[in-house]
Design a protein around this ligand. Sequence first.
Ligand code: TEU
Ligand code: CA
Length: 547
Amino acid sequence: MNRAWWKEAVVYQVYWRSFLDANGDGIGDLEGLMLKLDYIKSLGIDVIWLNPIYESPDKDNGYDIADYYRIMAKAGTMEQFKQLLDKVHELGMKLIMDLVVNHTSEQHAWFEESRSSVDNPKRDWYIWKPGKPDGPPNNWRSYFEPSTWTYDERTGEYYFHSFAKEQPDLNWENPELREEIYRMMRFWLGQGIDGFRMDVINLLAKLEGFPDAEHPENIDYLGNNPGIHEYLQEMNREVLQHYDIMTVGEIPFVTPEDGLLYVGDNRKELHTLFHFQVADDMPTWDLKRYKEIQESWYEAFRHEGWNSQFLNNHDHTRQVSRYGNDGQYRVQSAKQLATMIHTLPGTPYVFQGEEIGMTGVRFSSIDEYHDIAMKNKYKEEIGKGRAPDEVLHSLQPLSRDNSRTPMQWDSSKHAGFTEGRPWMQVNPNYEEINVERDLAAQNSIFAYYQQLIALRKTDAVMVYGDYRDQSAGEEHVYAYSRSLDGETWLVILNHSDREQSYRLPASFADRATNAHLIIGNLDRSTSDEVREGTLRLRPYEALIYSL
Ligand code: TEU
Ligand code: CA
């Protein structure tokens, strides 16, 4: 396995609008992020991933870009961005930016031209089709709307959008458009950024002929279509290969085998990817499925390719609420999930607030939510005659806003996020869960993350070790080994709120006599139990032994 800095790195995702507001307008900003770089550094972070900061009407929180070369006023100025980048580099960290090139905002000048007439030179930069006599060109569903097509009266045709109607998809078949995107990428790389997180990058190529889908609700026809690898190889040739950067593709609907086509060493496309098998298959914790997913990705990427490990981000409900226990065992389970994410094969991601165990939220009215995905779905379901309360309750657990509430810095008003009125309500639990408290406490979640992350720097086995599941058939215990150059680590995780016991596999009997604890999330004073071969695990206990 080739070594690389982005394999050894730990990435921290900054959803800046909810991070820290420095000017009191209620919205986080670049200035606020600059004030907290030392905090991020102190966690041991190597790379910051910044969600989109480009000029945008903000229908989808910056994922609807109106100008790729400007920074939205809410975030700050280009001057501040340059300062931020310098400071990140001074601290020895790197910065990767979101690249959103599957679609733009409907307010992008390109789209305004494109929609103005059928023979505008930019008509072909987007996807236009005449409808069928009874409606849109096909029956596809979009992520955020019942149809991928919106009728535009000006020219009497429909335009295509994988997401909201305010987010028309670009037509990657057009070579001028592609060249224009590459130019923009070179501009940002020229500023000195260290890579891109590429938004839904596998959606660029559309299915030839836009045939009706048999199961329109699956929406998987939107991605991984023929032609995608040619685009990514061209992007690599034209832009990426000329820089020492990290590229991580957001790749929904991808299987491990197809994943390798995006990140295989000889493919000359991307370095690593986010797949969504966990998020899509596991609304709640499902250890059996999780083990299968890890196993199949490890097998596929064993000799080449590189995975990413995460359980939450700005689209997916906070992990301690969704996959752990955000009540009695919040602290234990937050540390336990971290132990897992940082020891599985791949680059680990920390989503802001995860490092203090921030939880999801249940607002009492739809008016307190902002997420366009949730709001559109709410309207659609109400339109079918369902009861508003019931719809609200059904959408709450996975609402994207669970992860978007402001960062909880301290116990002062609005959690120290803003001196103004926050754009989104803070989670009411901020007096109990906040950074100030964690920094002051011993054994905090934050301190545990620091220790885990530090291990990645000193112990290559954690990054490059061979993976092997050591818990086949166990219902609540996930145990696996990582081995490199004669060193073996055994990770043991109790995924339940009850005591469990775990017997070491017979093959470890000899080694176990020398076992010593590397880290654990609960007090454990001796290594006797593991040496004897059977461990009693307390609720959500996590242990790493060196054998
Ligand atoms: O998300 C795309 C998206 O919705 C999926 O990746 C989803 O998380 C996955 O299929 C699992 O179900 C990206 C951005 O992260 C999101 O915030 C934007 O709204 C969206 O693209 C459109 O740009
Ligand atoms: Ca602000």
